[in-house]
Ligand binder design. Structure first.
Ligand SMILES: O=C(O)CCC(=O)C(=O)O
Ligand SMILES: [Mn+2]
Length: 212
């Protein structure tokens, strides 16, 4: 092995951190790995995702009016795993080698195998996703969602659906991080990425899911 390559591999093991942080929240189960992917690897991944993903502009009906979703999206996965989301039924595009690489890498800490991924591209601070739970019937009971982020850091907020006395929870989803939501999280909590007036870099988020 040449010296440069072995130094790079050594640097990679030093900066990738597989130590999870468990959030203690009532009625939910959330685990966060701030640097699941190294910075170098994350840079490589985001460049490829910008280039190769078939990003689309979906629309939603809001009070009878058609509006663009404030982000670009794409849906990849095993064939036949249809997914309905905001009244849009999506047919998955077959996995690319890069998506399979990310999927295999996160499955090393998962006890499940994912069969699909929803990708969101937040072009700037005006792009967002508003309060929702990932509780569509095709995800089954207690969905396991592995959410990977690359690019500009954005605020991720959680609020309890019924206990109004609980404070909102806020996390920063940074380049290379992995957020796991499982157990009763979707039943009791909603989450969002709010818009921001701060200057933020473009961001790609991938939520790996299991469609039953
Ligand atoms: O971009 C994110 O971190 C969250 C995306 C999300 O909640 C979703 O796609 O359901
Ligand atoms: Mn979600």
């Amino acid at each position: 092995m040449n010296t440069q390559l072995s130094l790079n591999l050594w640097a990679d093991t030093l900066t990738s951190n597989l130590q999870p942080e468990k959030l203690s929240i009532p009625d939910g189960d959330i685990i966060f790995y701030p640097s699941y992917f190294t910075e170098e690897e994350s840079n490589r991944i985001i460049q490829e995702l910008f280039r190769e993903i078939n990003w689309g502009q979906d629309k939603i009906k809001f009070y009878g009016k058609e509006m663009n979703l404030p982000r670009l999206t794409a849906w990849y996965g095993d064939s036949g795993k249809y997914y309905t989301y905001s009244n849009i039924t999506m047919n998955p595009i077959p996995w690319t080698p890069m998506l399979l690489y990310i999927k295999n890498k996160i499955e090393t800490v998962a006890e499940v195998v994912f069969n699909s991924v929803l990708l969101n591209f937040y072009r700037n601070g005006k792009d967002s996703i508003s309060w929702h739970s990932d509780d569509e019937p095709e995800l089954g009971k207690e969905p396991i969602i592995y959410s990977v982020s690359f690019g500009g850091e954005r605020k991720f907020q959680l609020r309890h659906k019924y206990k109004n006395n609980l404070e909102k929870i806020e996390l920063k989803l940074n380049h290379g991080s992995l957020l796991i939501m499982q157990g009763k999280t979707q039943e009791y909590w909603q989450h969002q990425i709010p818009k921001t007036s701060k200057l933020v870099m473009p961001r790609v988020n991938l939520t790996f899911r299991i469609i039953k």
